[in-house]
Design a protein around this ligand. Sequence first.
Ligand SMILES: C[S@@+](CC[C@H](N)C(=O)[O-])C[C@H]1O[C@@H](n2cnc3c(N)ncnc32)[C@H](O)[C@@H]1O
Length: 223
Amino acid sequence: MTGTGRASGRRFDRDHGVTTQALFLLSQLGSSRREAYSHATHYEPVPVEAFCALLARVSSRFVRAATFVDVGSGMGRGVLLASEYPFKQIAGIELSPALHAIASANLAVAHSLQTQCRDVRLRCADARRTRFPKGNLVVFLFNPFDEVVVRAVLERILASRSERDEVLLLYHVPVHRDVVAEYAGEIIADTADGIVVRLTRSREGRDPSASRCSAVSRSLRNR
Ligand SMILES: C[S@@+](CC[C@H](N)C(=O)[O-])C[C@H]1O[C@@H](n2cnc3c(N)ncnc32)[C@H](O)[C@@H]1O
């Protein structure tokens, strides 16, 4: 994170009376969920500017029709920022009970947000095993876990979509973009803030868009 990111993160905490600015390894938290932690990265909150820049790539029409899901919601900065957008619903899924507790407290005390969505639900769970909300989704990842879990989570999300549902993935620090490329139907943005990708349920050979999909995959892999 840049110095500016940390400074604006501290300002975010001060302005809204919350605690989200911190950096530590999950192993420092201690837990019974050892296997899941072995795939996890660390806790760090998304820089405010990067989050807003990624969400600016999503049309307001889609936002109004979608549920926002922060997969690995940590202390809740992503869900608090998302609440300033008119999503139908917002969900945060966090593995660590300690971080989940802080996020819940933050949600209860946060003030001075320009709230546009009040239906915010936080869940303490392993994203590989939890049920994702139905309908259109805007899924947010800030490098939460390794490629094994990225794949498992994308499979789980897509397997539970209906034919008409759309899924946009916002991936900040997209370390495992190769895996995302396998599920990408369209790249909406690829910037220093991360990637915004429309996911597709169809794999090669399953759907007429398969050839376009391959081109998208190659393009994401080659960047
Ligand atoms: C880099 S932090 C991002 C926090 C938050 N999304 C934000 O942007 O402020 C990644 C988070 O993913 C969580 N995480 C890692 N593996 C997970 C899993 N299998 N299920 C749910 N959360 C997980 C970690 O505990 C950590 O809080």
